[in-house]
Design a protein around this ligand. Structure first.
Ligand SMILES: [Zn+2]
Length: 215
């Protein structure tokens, strides 16, 4: 079975597609997450948005909080980003659901926020395509990694990282790319030099470990 850990659209080409869902969406896919992204924080209504998230993450098919996180390229004030991220760390810990993280050029601040708020839930860094030093910092913290279309790039950071982080610590995703998760699986199996069936079993195990009974 295929598992797509982060996408923006349900396309039914995986058994589990964790859709990053708009908080006001009336259409509910089979599995989804709610979060306030660091590019879309608005001073006027972020408190209201966070209250909505806090309420709706209790829904059974909402498996995670996110994507949320920190982004130094975002025009949104960085202090405000941290305030909003910390609130989402708290929400995730209240409901005991994993965090799906968007992080750009702010990995030290990310780990600080998690540590200072005594985060206990699994942390998945989505769309990982960073260098080995950053991978090591995140691995030391105990993060999980999710790889997407960057894996397809020749000798990309993602392609190098996936081989070093170990098979128990990763997931695969399509994010907003118009591509089938099956291609990402194929490439990942190739990079590991293993059979795709083995990869599928490993990813199913990783999923069950993190999401436990919350299937
Ligand atoms: Zn995304």
């Amino acid at each position: 079975m295929y598992i797509n850990i982060h996408t923006h659209q349900q396309v039914y080409d995986a058994s589990i597609e964790l859709v990053n869902l708009d908080i006001n969406s009336a259409d509910k896919p089979n599995h989804y997450s709610y979060g306030l992204h660091p590019w879309f924080i608005k001073k006027e209504d972020y408190k209201e948005q966070l209250s909505l998230i806090e309420l709706k993450v209790n829904e059974k098919r909402c498996l995670a909080v996110g994507e949320c996180g920190l982004d130094k390229l975002s025009p949104i004030n960085f202090e405000l980003q941290q305030i909003v991220f910390i609130e989402q760390i708290k929400i995730a810990n209240q409901v005991n659901k994993p965090l799906i993280i968007h992080c750009v050029k702010a990995f030290n601040e990310l780990i600080n926020c998690l540590n200072l708020n005594e985060n206990k839930v699994p942390v998945i860094i989505h769309g990982f395509n960073n260098n080995e030093n950053i991978a090591n910092v995140l691995l030391n913290y105990g993060c999980y990694f999710s790889f997407g279309k960057a894996l397809l790039g020749y000798e990309s950071n993602a392609a190098k990282a996936i081989k070093n982080i170990g098979r128990k610590n990763f997931f695969l995703e399509t994010d907003d790319a118009d591509i089938s998760i099956k291609y990402i699986y194929k490439k990942a199996a190739e990079l590991f030099g293993i059979d795709e069936e083995i990869l599928k079993q490993q990813l199913q195990l990783n999923f069950e470990t993190i999401f436990k009974h919350k299937k």
